[in-house]
Write a protein that binds this ligand. Structure first.
Ligand SMILES: *Cc1c(COP(=O)(O)O)cnc(C)c1O
Length: 438
């Protein structure tokens, strides 16, 4: 494609933006209103670029998911999706546990008001220091990624005269597809291969310092198809049944993982939560009829689903430039603060996130432009060939669906700009929940 190739028209990108805005926010005189606050007012008060989170949207995602789940299911929020303390506190106060993957996240979880008992720790490559810290503070459960890790945990537990509750993370043999990534049924650094599970359980049974509560699977993220998600969860149930038989006693816990997706790209449909709920209710009935699974607590550990929709990354237009027939809109934020939107966080095809001119939502698209950031690299692109209304300096351009894996998964230090502040809108008021440069 040469630079003068006319941009493809894609009205569906605009429809996706409109759909997300309708679901989560309001529009007044063409301007986005987040939890009662016009975006221009928030941008003026706190400066750009910034992240804005709407607590009302988070609350709705949480209550809709909770309502869809059977009573025997518990939610453990996956902290890595967004570790902001204000969000953690809100989620913990509503009865969720937390799933962590580092000692830093452990500190954030505790600072967010979570009791250690309600924290589970997964992730390959936990250091002895991290394990010691977690065990000494009384963490609820550790999810084992290998037998060597089990031995390290047992040694620490013996040293401190404790029995540590553990679950075995399993890399299942059955292939699971349909998510944004595939993490099962192939060589994986995560968990224990299913065909090694029996041998691992036999070893664990002989270790009195470890109390094996159950199993944990987490095979795919960003799954929008209910049947794919349920297939993964049913697989976990079947593996749980076999693990209980091998252990010779009922399981107390089956962690089905996260993976519930939210729509980003124009062609993506929302996850059918009712279908997920119906499938899980069926699974709960099967488990209740099985003596080996009857007492098991079921855990879902969503990250993206809870916090993704509540966040918007807001930037301001600094410059509008023409180059060889193409228009570049230069904004004050970029890939260093939103790597996922730039397409550099693992996407194989670079598609546009839902990007819009937040103060011109009612205007019709005038031309397809590239929205680029201030970094001195051609990778710093927030949208490609995106039809937008006529843009001028000072307009606000935002990336929707930016509450999960956005700020936290970005190389904030690249080019040494100050990190953007985070603002929480709750009960009609805007509050700084992390400062610039933190
Ligand atoms: C990242 C992660 C999650 C959350 O995944 P989502 O796709 O955001 O729901 C859950 N469990 C584990 C072990 C993870 O690593």
């Amino acid at each position: 494609m040469t630079d003068s190739t006319p941009a493809p028209k894609s009205p569906s990108e605009a429809e996706q933006v409109a759909d997300i805005v309708r679901r989560n926010f309001a529009v007044e005189r063409g301007e986005l209103v987040i939890g009662g606050q016009p975006v221009s007012k928030i941008a003026e008060e706190f400066g750009t670029p910034l992240y804005v989170y709407d607590q009302g949207v988070l609350a709705r995602q949480l209550s809709e998911l909770r309502a869809a789940l059977p009573a025997s299911f518990e939610l453990f929020y996956s902290v890595k999706a967004n570790p902001n303390a204000a969000l953690l506190k809100f989620i913990v106060e509503r009865g969720c546990g937390l799933e962590i993957a580092s000692s830093g996240e452990l500190m954030q979880a505790l600072a967010g008001g979570c009791t250690a008992e309600r924290i589970v720790f997964a992730g390959p490559g936990k250091t002895v220091n991290e394990l010691s810290l977690a065990i000494e503070c009384g963490i609820g459960e550790i999810h084992l990624e290998s037998l060597a890790e089990a031995r390290r945990i047992a040694a620490i537990a013996r040293h401190t005269n404790r029995t540590m509750r553990v679950a075995v993370r399993v890399n299942p043999s059955a292939g699971i597809q349909g998510g944004g990534m595939r993490m099962g049924a192939k060589p994986s650094p995560f968990g224990v291969d299913e065909d090694q599970l029996d041998a691992v359980l036999d070893q664990l049974k002989q270790e009195p310092a470890l109390d094996v509560t159950g199993i944990h699977l987490y095979v795919g993220t960003q799954i929008l198809d209910a049947e794919t998600l349920l297939g993964q969860y049913r697989e976990a149930l079947a593996i749980g049944r076999r693990a209980a038989a091998r252990l010779g006693r009922p399981l107390r816990m089956i962690d089905l993982g996260g993976g519930l997706g939210i729509p980003y790209f124009a062609h993506e449909q929302r996850l059918d939560l009712a279908a997920v709920g119906a499938g899980l209710a069926q699974m709960a009935r099967e488990a209740a009829a099985d003596p080996l699974l009857r007492e098991a607590k079921f855990v879902i550990e969503p990250g993206r689903y809870l916090v993704g929709e509540c966040g918007i990354y807001v930037t301001r237009v600094l410059d509008v430039k023409q180059s060889r027939g193409k228009t570049f809109v230069v904004v004050d934020g970029g890939m260093h603060q939103h790597l996922a939107a730039s397409g550099n966080l693992g996407q194989t095809i670079k598609r546009n996130f839902p990007v819009a001119v937040l103060n011109k939502l009612d205007a019709t698209p005038a031309e397809a432009v590239d929205v680029v950031g201030p970094l001195c690299t051609p990778l710093d692109v927030l949208a490609r060939n995106l039809p937008l209304p006529m843009v001028v300096e000072g307009d606000l351009i935002g990336v929707l669906q930016s509450g999960a894996y956005a700020r936290t998964a970005s190389p904030l230090g690249f080019l040494s700009h100050p990190a953007p502040p985070e603002v929480l809108i709750a009960e009609g008021a805007a509050r700084l929940v992390s400062g610039r440069g933190e």
